[in-house]
Ligand binder design. Structure first.
Ligand SMILES: Nc1nc2c(c(=O)[nH]1)N[C@H]1C(S)=C(S)[C@@H](COP(=O)(O)OP(=O)(O)OC[C@H]3O[C@@H](n4cnc5c(N)ncnc54)[C@H](O)[C@@H]3O)O[C@H]1N2
Ligand code: MOO
Length: 423
């Protein structure tokens, strides 16, 4: 059993599994990843459209950054560390060079970003100098090398500025732009076919009829999956009919890199996903994963497409996507694997009974405890079909499998929604 006060990321990620009938989360992730032999192809994209794309090769800088020695302040470049100087020149940002070399006793008026004149040993801020005509007098002895940004101090020529396999964000765009790189090689968008299954499902906007419910999973998953790196194709709703499901899946496999379904993964008479995939010539791993909710998950392949089957209950589908489906979709997109790292938190609740599955529960943040650790309170009374507790929550409490009980103050994990809902 796991000690209550332990914060072990591997444990939080669920590589422990107390029930031999269940697959650990880590083993299920490996299984899902093993369905992907290589990421999607590459394309070259301009800077303005790079945000959110996945780099496919390292980008090296063609230039040093900064490209030349320059001043970090508005002030005076000095040829020596004396306190009196004659101002000989004026240099502003954009000047083609630092001008004539400075001789001892000489200074150049220099503005932030301007190239340093040859012979300059330091720059003083103008606030530290008194100017009268062509002369300056410093209030204190200047520091050698101060207020100078050296060529290449940030980046050398040939240095990797963006590694392969990362999702490009504003930081990467900034360094590429600074290095003058106008385009980069990235993975093409992963095409994900999104399918709901079940005769009971209606589209939001359609009037409810007896026995029917509105499809929540497809819009929920589309909201997560439709990204610059991934593109969603709406495959609609498949009826509870193995032959119709087989045809739909085969058609989708011909035009998608991955198919993500929800429902029909369990053991009910109308859970036809496995039969449909096998009848379509695909291969399949069905798993009962040590996840609560999100236990029944399917990973497989159909033609050229990877297949992820999430459970039907919406919260279970969300958790199974987050922990299992996402791994396969990230691998397809060429993203380097990222560790699953819930934030260390302290339980603000108690619960009894051995947890054989790593549990995810809607949770609210309730300040920090005396050690400065986030205090987390579970919301709702559980249930993989309930959505309302998610609305009131700040994120998900993560309670590792293997706990006998949880007492207030025990170490648990907390996954803010920003991390939980990103792809
Ligand atoms: N005898 C057993 N029954 C069940 C087990 C089990 O181990 N033995 N597991 C339960 C668990 S855990 C889950 S989770 C569900 C998963 O079932 P399926 O993946 O086969 O999903 P369905 O049966 O198709 O649907 C379950 C539930 O979710 C509703 N649903 C389905 N799709 C949507 C959608 N797109 N939007 C909103 N709601 C949806 C559906 O109407 C059902 O109520 O199985 C348990 N049963
Ligand atoms: O995966 Mo199920 O959600 O545990 O109800």
């Amino acid at each position: 059993m796991i000690g209550g006060a332990r914060h072990d990321h591997a444990v939080l990620a669920g590589d422990l599994c107390a029930d031999p009938a269940l697959l650990s989360v880590v083993a299920a992730q490996e299984r899902a990843a093993s369905m992907i032999d290589h990421p999607v192809g590459e394309e070259i994209v301009g800077l303005a459209k790079l945000a959110g794309r996945i780099s496919s090769g390292p980008v090296v800088s063609p230039t040093p950054l900064p490209p030349f020695d320059h001043s970090a302040m508005d002030g005076f470049a000095l040829a020596d560390l004396g306190r009196e100087h004659v101002v000989r020149a004026r240099l502003a940002a954009g000047a083609p060079g630092g001008g004539a070399p400075l001789n001892p006793g000489e200074a150049a008026r220099i503005l932030t970003g301007a190239p340093l004149p040859p012979g300059a040993v330091t720059v003083v801020m103008q606030e530290r100098a008194e100017r009268s005509g062509d002369h300056i007098r410093l209030r204190a002895t200047p520091e050698p090398g101060a207020n100078i940004r050296r060529r290449g101090e940030d980046v050398c020529v040939g240095e990797v500025i963006v590694p392969a396999g990362v999702r490009l964000d504003a930081r990467h765009i900034a360094i590429l732009a600074a290095a003058g790189v106008a385009e980069a090689r990235v993975r093409r968008r992963v095409v994900i076919g999104l399918l709901s299954t079940g005769d009971e499902l209606l589209r939001a906007g359609e009037a409810l009829r007896p026995g029917k419910i509105h499809d929540a999973n497809r819009p929920m998953l589309a909201a997560i999956l439709d990204r610059p790196s991934h593109e969603v194709v709406d495959l609609g709703v498949a009826p509870d009919d193995p032959e119709a499901l087989r045809r739909l899946l085969l058609d989708a496999a011909a035009r998608c890199d991955a198919i993500v379904t929800s429902g029909a993964t369990s053991v009910g008479d109308e859970d036809h996903l496995a039969a449909a995939v096998l009848a379509g010539g695909g291969r399949l791993e069905l798993a009962r994963v040590a996840l609560k909710p999100g236990k029944p998950v399917v990973a497989g392949r159909l033609g050229r497409a990877a297949l992820i089957g999430l459970p039907g209950n919406p919260f279970a589908a969300l958790v199974a996507h987050m922990l299992i489906g996402r791994v396969a979709l990230e691998r397809l997109a060429g993203l380097s694997p990222r560790p699953f790292r819930p934030l260390p938190a302290a339980a603000g609740f108690s619960q009894k009974g051995p947890g054989t599955r790593t549990e995810f529960a809607p949770a609210a943040l309730r300040g920090v405890d005396e050690r400065g650790v986030l205090r987390v309170e579970k919301l709702g009374r559980g249930g993989s079909a309930r959505l309302a507790p998610l609305i009131a929550a700040d994120g998900l409490a993560v309670i590792p499998a293997g706990r006998d009980e949880v007492k207030p103050g025990d170490a648990i994990g907390f996954l803010p929604f920003e991390a939980a809902l990103e792809l």
